[in-house]
Design a protein around this ligand. Structure first.
Ligand SMILES: Cc1ncc(C[n+]2csc(CCO)c2C)c(N)n1
Length: 226
């Protein structure tokens, strides 16, 4: 079994919880409220802007120029494809400049991006890719699993289609192969740390749905559970 298959297997129960989370279930059925989706879009834009910076750190830590350039292309992809998608959503959901100006990251968005920066600061390339890979791979599996669903809400359909696309598949496969190659050159202790990082990102992916579903806030009293 390859290193990434081992990681995927150990994360399986956490990923299953993501697939069955009410945020995903309701999004794919078309019953998710726009309040919850709009909250998700705002927090996810914050997440993505930091994700692209961590991808760039990964590029800086690569030991060959080709990998540096590929990871820079991934950071650009995050900017163009993902943030572009969010811009469309923001328009369709009527998210205003004012809302963007008063935006504050939620505890989970802040903690998850801090986890990514931690891997970038303390880890080598293998550690950084381990922290980033669940973001790609989990969304790809969601895209595949739900690609035949028609929620009947244009923005939800667009969201599902993005992650089930061939373009996205090639990015995920590239990162999986990269991590397997890096794992082969790593010591058992390093591989253990990489696996832990992969599992923590998987946990944060799950918490991210819960954060949006409950409109998480720093102040418990403001938080509403729908
Ligand atoms: C919380 C959260 N996790 C993962 C993604 C998906 N995603 C973000 S960047 C990237 C790499 C290629 O652009 C992928 C797959 C998301 N949007 N939000």
């Amino acid at each position: 079994m390859s290193f990434t298959q081992e990681c995927r297997k150990e994360a399986d129960s956490i990923w299953e919880e993501s697939f069955h989370h009410p945020f995903i279930q309701e999004l794919t059925e078309g019953t998710l409220s726009f309040d919850q989706f709009r909250y998700y879009v705002l927090q996810d834009s914050y997440y993505l802007s930091h994700f692209a910076r961590v991808q760039s750190f990964a590029g800086a830590k690569a030991e060959d120029l080709e990998t540096t350039s590929r990871l820079a292309a991934h950071a650009q992809g995050t900017y163009q494809a993902e943030l572009g998608l969010h811009e469309t959503f923001a328009k369709e959901l009527g998210i205003t400049e004012e809302e963007k100006n008063v935006f504050q990251p939620s505890p989970t968005a802040y903690a998850y991006t801090s986890h990514l920066y931690r891997s970038a600061l303390l880890g080598d390339l293998g550690m950084i890719i381990s922290s980033l890979l669940p973001c790609y791979w989990l969304y790809y599996e969601i895209g595949q699993r739900f690609k035949d669903y028609t929620p009947g809400v244009a923005i939800y359909e667009e969201w599902i289609n993005t992650y089930g696309s061939e373009w996205f598949k090639s990015l995920v496969e590239e990162q999986i192969n990269r991590l397997d190659q890096l794992a082969e050159k790593s010591t058992p202790k390093q591989r253990q740390a990489m696996k832990e990082t992969f599992l923590i990102s998987s946990q944060y992916e799950l918490k991210f749905w819960e954060m949006a579903y409950t409109l998480e806030s720093w102040n418990k009293k403001e938080q509403t559970t729908s």
